[in-house]
Design a protein around this ligand. Structure first.
Ligand SMILES: Nc1ncnc2c1ncn2[C@@H]1O[C@H](COP(=O)(O)OP(=O)(O)OP(=O)(O)O)[C@@H](O)[C@H]1O
Length: 633
């Protein structure tokens, strides 16, 4: 009914639309067919015929548009379809369906539109995101470029600062260098001025001392001249008196001689005239002469015998044993020309009781010596054989002192001989060596026999320098020391241990080296001899002053501190104990040379410097002297 009311145009349009839709979509899908088409197509011929025409038009359709672009047949078919629809009882459902289809298509289009809009908006969002990202990248790039620029500027600024700093440092270094140079120059100038002043002072001091010495000398000479004149006058007077007395004596004697000769003349005349009397007189005179001669020679032989049996052998220079039984113990210095060493040795022997503190040695060496002394003492107590010792080391390092010390501490007697004394004895040397060993047996305590300069006669027997007598003496000593002894401790001292005969070294049980004193030992030695030669000398001279009419001047000491002595100890490296003792003896002499007898640090330093130079000079000369020997060897 409703379809009937539709105008033909609307129906046509709907049909066209339907047809076009059908031609585009539904007809393309062979599975999709309008329901009424499917039912009527099978029952009516018209649709059959239409279908045929449709099939025909379909087969023709691809060619038509090619020809004109407009196909009127489809319009006709649409109109025909509309008509059929209108005439169909399902027209309403068809139209509803068509409307629904259209609505669905519109909804699909809307959905498609929404979909496209969505895609569009996503594209927009994507574009926006890309834009934002590009902007962000741009901003990041700009920030990076800016940071790089800042870094570069910072770098430049730092480099600039470093360069400035370096320049400043360089400048400061230059300044410090200049200041140092300036202070060194100032110090040098100050030192030079000080040295000049000191030199002037020393010069003045020397001149003053020279003048004083000259005055003393002139005074002494004047006094000596006065005394000489007085002595001359006295002598003259004595001579005159003597001449007068001699004159008187001569006259007296002349008278007596005349008288005597007168008597002799009378006697001789009587004797010559009487033959018996003459014979008796001649026989008596001969007997008297023979008696005198025999007595003198007999006394000599007896004395030699007693001396050999009881006395001290002549080779012994010093001994703690009495020279004869019952006589006093005196130190014996055989050599008439006493050198410093023997004087010191003699002096030390007399004070041997206190000499323990006077030996300055390295603590370990001192301990060893004490141990040896104890061992020797115990050996003696147990009547065991003694042990022989060899002391070697540079001269003046205390070997003799220590030997004496060991003897004292171990309660033995002490005797010292020098190897150098053996050679001049010639063939007698053998006898003298035997004498020493025989004599040593007389000691009840046991004897420590110290042979100084042992290498002088105990050197290698094959040596070409050795005389036959020396060789015999050495053999005698080897013979006497072949077995271990309970009477004698043999202590040899030498500066050249390598020169000793191997048979001698074979008899040695203890070998001890005496090195040059170290700095601490030198300091102790300086202190010891300062006390000994200057402080103790003051005390002893004041004691002597009681006995003498004139009181000797006392030595005064200014600013001699431990530091001054330590400084001297440092400077005296290479000095032996003896050299240090001599140095202090020189200081003492210099102090006595001063009018006020004062020792101050400056004088001490001067003498130390002088002695150090002297020491080096001596070493240099010794080295020069040794060179030709080495070359010839
Ligand atoms: N260690 C020391 N302690 C104290 N004084 C010493 C020491 N060494 C040497 N002297 C001094 O040197 C002097 C000589 O010492 P000593 O005769 O003992 O030496 P030495 O080694 O036997 O020498 P040489 O090898 O020349 O015989 C001593 O009288 C002493 O004044």
């Amino acid at each position: 009914m409703a379809a009937a009311k539709l105008s033909p145009c609307v129906a046509m349009a709907a049909a066209v639309a339907t047809m076009s839709t059908l031609s585009n979509k539904a007809y393309a899908d062979s599975s999709f067919r309008f329901p009424f088409f499917s039912s009527s197509s099978s029952s009516s011929s018209a649709p059959q015929g239409d279908q045929t025409s449709d099939t025909k038009s379909e087969s023709q359709a691809p060619d038509e548009p090619k020809r004109s672009g407009f196909d009127p047949e489809s319009l006709e078919r649409g109109a025909k379809a509309l008509r059929e629809i209108n005439s169909s009882p399902n027209a309403k459902q068809v139209f509803d369906l068509m409307r629904k289809q259209e609505q669905t298509r519109l909804a699909e289009l809307d959905a498609e539109k929404v979909h496209y809009e969505l895609i569009q908006s996503q594209i927009d969002i994507e574009r926006q995101r890309k834009l934002a990202e590009e902007q962000r990248n741009l901003i990041q790039e700009q920030a990076q470029r800016k940071a790089q620029g800042l870094r570069y500027e910072d770098e430049l600024a730092r480099k600039r600062m470093q360069a400035d700093h370096e320049a400043q440092r360089h400048h400061n270094v230059e300044l410090v260098k200049m200041q140092e140079e300036s202070s060194v120059r100032k110090e040098q100038a100050r030192r030079a001025t000080e040295e000049q002043i000191q030199a002037q002072q020393r010069q003045t001091e020397r001149e003053r001392a020279e003048i004083e010495r000259e005055t003393i000398r002139v005074k002494a000479m004047a006094e000596a001249e006065g005394r000489a004149h007085e002595a001359k006058l006295t002598e003259e007077h004595k001579r005159r008196m003597l001449i007068e007395r001699m004159q008187g004596e001569r006259d007296k004697w002349l008278a007596a001689i005349n008288t005597t000769f007168g008597h002799i003349e009378g006697g001789l005349r009587a004797l010559l005239t009487d033959r018996d009397k003459l014979l008796m007189t001649v026989g008596g005179a001969t007997a008297l002469a023979a008696g005198v001669y025999t007595t003198r020679e007999g006394a000599k032989v007896t004395w030699g015998y007693i001396n050999r049996i009881l006395g001290q052998p002549s080779l012994i220079r010093e001994s703690s044993m009495a020279k004869f039984p019952g006589s006093r113990i005196i130190s014996q210095a055989k050599n008439k020309v006493l050198n410093y060493s023997t004087m010191a040795k003699a002096e030390q022997l007399s004070e041997s009781k206190n000499s323990l503190g006077n030996v300055v040695l390295h603590p370990s060496l001192k301990r060893r010596i004490e141990h040896l002394a104890r061992a020797t003492s115990n050996t003696k107590a147990h009547q065991a054989p003694f042990r022989n010792m060899l002391f070697y080391g540079p001269p003046g390092t205390g070997k003799t002192m220590v030997a004496r010390e060991i003897a004292r501490k171990s309660g033995l007697d002490y005797a010292m001989m020098t190897g150098g004394d053996v050679a001049p004895l010639g063939p007698q040397a053998v006898t003298k060596i035997h004498e020493i060993f025989d004599w040593a047996k007389k000691s009840r305590k046991g004897l420590l026999l110290f042979i100084d300069e042992a290498d002088a006669f105990l050197c290698e027997r094959n040596s070409s320098h050795m005389s036959e007598a020396q060789r015999s003496a050495l053999n005698a000593l080897l013979f006497r020391t072949g077995d271990q002894s309970r009477d004698i401790v043999l202590v040899l001292a030498t500066n050249r241990p390598g020169d000793l005969d191997s048979a001698v070294t074979d008899r040695i049980d203890e070998v001890i080296e005496f090195p040059l004193p170290g700095e601490e030992e030198r300091f102790q030695l300086l202190k010891l001899y300062l006390n000994k030669y200057l402080r103790e000398d003051n005390d002893s001279s004041s004691k002597r002053g009681f006995l003498l009419s004139k009181q000797p001047q006392k030595i005064s000491m200014n600013d001699i501190s431990e530091d001054v002595l330590r400084e001297a100890a440092k400077k005296t490296e290479g000095f032996s104990g003896r050299e240090i003792a001599k140095l202090m003896a020189s200081v003492q002499a210099a102090v006595y040379g001063r009018p006020d007898c004062t020792l101050d640090s400056q004088l001490l330093r001067e003498i130390v410097d002088y002695k150090v130079n002297e020491h080096h000079q001596r070493i240099k000369l010794a080295a020069e002297a040794a060179l030709p020997d080495i070359a010839s060897a």
